[in-house]
Design a protein around this ligand. Structure first.
Ligand code: SF4
Length: 325
């Protein structure tokens, strides 16, 4: 979270499209190629009809703490737990937030001090958009009159940005080419929505937006899973399954659906998760040592950061190997 100059340090658990995540993410607090659908100007990351569609590696879909007013450290509530050394209410600045700027005073020692929940949180770029676009750079300290609305908009924007990130990933996959028209349309509409004013954002039926987008993401995930390498027979379906603590060592999970699955502390050592759909899966403390996550779709940095792994864990090239592995 806040205080790092490295965006990746602010990564977080997820689950907006499907489920799960840390308490903070739950609201109490990139593949680069494109398919051949459409003109080059319509591809993510390039100008399309006067607007630019974000690509999966777009900086706009990653936390940029330098341009954010520490919204994740103020707007979101969290309870004291194994992930957070102390709790706080929504709209109250965390006691560790520095008073002279919008940085965390302990960001280099968060894990050691019991704040690991902060190290696995990612706003997917929502923080800087609310700070700089929705509220035009007017921070909540100098403009307390707008603080409450800003704190209300942030969790809405975070959910929308997470969906943007998934849509951008799906659109960048050649295997989803039959969906590219729908994905592009959804991405454009959603991106436009995130640029509307605070009132419009607060009036948005986020659940309906999620449902609509999730239908597309489900189809995209199924296309990826259907091409899982070397897999005979039907890929496993563990959608929403409670696999907390499950013994899945060396399991063949190629092309499996693990959408929203609870994999907390699961033993996934040596498991083959290639081309699995892991959207919203909760990997907290899951043991991924030696596992193969190559081509896993909708895998996020926060999911990796929340898990355990080692040098033998294979991850998609767009993601970073967590420093604690
Ligand atoms: S400890 Fe507080 S200030 Fe630091 S990153 Fe976590 S919530 Fe933000």
């Amino acid at each position: 979270m806040v205080g790092s100059t490295d965006n990746a340090e602010n990564a977080g658990a997820v689950g907006v499209a499907e489920s799960s995540g840390t308490a903070k993410a739950a609201g109490t607090r990139t593949a680069g190629t494109t398919g051949n659908a459409g003109s080059p100007a319509d591809q993510p990351g390039t100008a399309a009809r006067g607007a630019a569609l974000p690509g999966p590696d777009d900086p706009a879909l990653r936390a940029d703490c330098a341009n954010c007013f520490a919204l994740c450290c103020v707007a979101l509530p969290f309870a004291a737990s194994a992930d957070f050394a102390a709790g706080k209410q929504a709209g109250r600045p965390c006691a560790n937030l520095r008073r002279d700027d919008f940085r965390c005073g302990i960001h280099t020692t968060l894990r050691e001090r019991g704040w690991s929940g902060c190290t696995v949180f990612d706003c997917h770029g929502a923080g800087q958009k609310v700070s700089q676009i929705t509220f035009g750079g007017r921070d909540w300290r100098q403009h307390p009159d707008g603080a409450r609305r800003m704190f209300e908009v942030f969790p809405v924007m975070r959910q929308l940005h997470e969906l943007l990130r998934y849509l951008a990933e799906a659109l960048a996959l050649p295997v989803t080419r039959t969906l590219h028209g729908d994905l592009r349309r959804a991405l454009r509409e959603l991106d436009g929505l995130t640029r509307r004013d605070a009132e419009t954002l607060l009036a948005t039926d986020v659940a309906a937006v999620r449902q609509e987008v999730n239908t597309l993401l489900l189809r995209a995930g199924d296309l990826v899973r259907s091409r899982a390498p070397g897999r005979g027979g039907r890929p496993r379906n563990h959608r929403g399954a409670d696999l907390a603590g499950a013994r899945l060592r060396n399991a063949d999970l190629r092309g499996a659906s693990l959408r929203g699955a609870l994999l907390i502390a699961a033993d996934l050592r040596g498991a083959d998760l290639r081309s699995a759909d892991v959207i919203g899966a909760d990997f907290r403390d899951a043991d991924l040592r030696g596992a193969d996550l190559t081509g896993a779709v909708f895998l996020t940095q926060p999911q990796l950061d929340a898990a355990r792994g080692d040098a033998a864990t294979r991850i998609p090239p767009a993601l970073r190997r967590p420093s604690h592995w």
